[in-house]
Design a protein around this ligand. Structure first.
Ligand SMILES: [Zn+2]
Length: 218
């Protein structure tokens, strides 16, 4: 049985003692030639403004593959150049796709959490929604948890501060860990997570295996 689970990474290599969910934000056909777990999604930074429909068609073509565990990262970003209305359209389509395929969503969200909650709500999404790279305040964490969302934490956990305080008291069944593009070993993030929550390393390993099974069915 693997120990560590990295639910969102851009690192091509899997951890030696674990599994990872590799993220593809373009060239979705890559998923077809690789049996490893991955997530596919149109990132708000990388929407093809000339041909957004073709990009969605390509996503839809590969997203149903069994090794594709989630749709995303997708979402909304108020700090990028991509027109917001185009982001909303791409996100809406991906919400529908995730719901149709019954796969969880991995969310990228920057300064657009109200819009995120509104869109997820009005699309009547029942699949799990995971906000990745969470690094915000207590109020927002509570707001997202109240919506039933999951939060995923990465390298920001290694820095002492408010985020650690939030993480320390988070419900055990509502979080994941990830390396994203940090280049860190997922084991280092697990170590920090166990220390912050003042629990044994094995306890967090078992809990995250359980969370992974509940959300991703694996
Ligand atoms: Zn990422």
């Amino acid at each position: 049985m693997f120990r560590y689970i990295d639910i969102h990474t851009h690192a091509l290599e899997s951890p030696s003692d674990g599994i990872s969910v590799l993220n593809h934000y373009d060239h979705f056909e890559q998923a077809a030639s690789d049996q490893r777990y991955c997530s596919l999604g149109i990132h708000p930074w990388y929407i093809n403004e000339a041909e957004p429909e073709a990009q969605l068609v390509s996503l839809g073509r590969y997203a149903a593959l069994p090794q594709v565990l989630a749709i995303g990262e997708c979402g909304l970003d108020k700090v990028t150049e991509t027109p917001f209305s185009l982001q909303e359209r791409a996100f809406e389509a991906q919400l529908q796709l995730a719901q149709q395929l019954q796969k969880p969503l991995i969310i990228h969200c920057v300064r657009a959490f109200e819009e995120l909650i509104r869109m997820v709500h009005s699309a009547a999404i029942t699949v799990p929604v995971i906000v990745h790279g969470f690094n915000k305040n207590r109020h927002l964490a509570k707001q997202l948890l109240d919506q039933g969302f999951f939060l995923s934490f990465g390298k920001a956990l290694l820095k002492e501060g408010l985020l650690q305080e939030i993480f320390a008291v988070l419900p055990v069944d509502r979080f994941f860990l990830e390396t994203d593009n940090s280049g860190l070993d997922i084991a280092a993030i697990y170590k920090a997570a166990a220390e912050i929550r003042k629990i044994q390393a094995d306890e967090i390993i078992l809990q995250l295996q359980l969370n992974f099974k509940n959300v991703f069915g694996k």
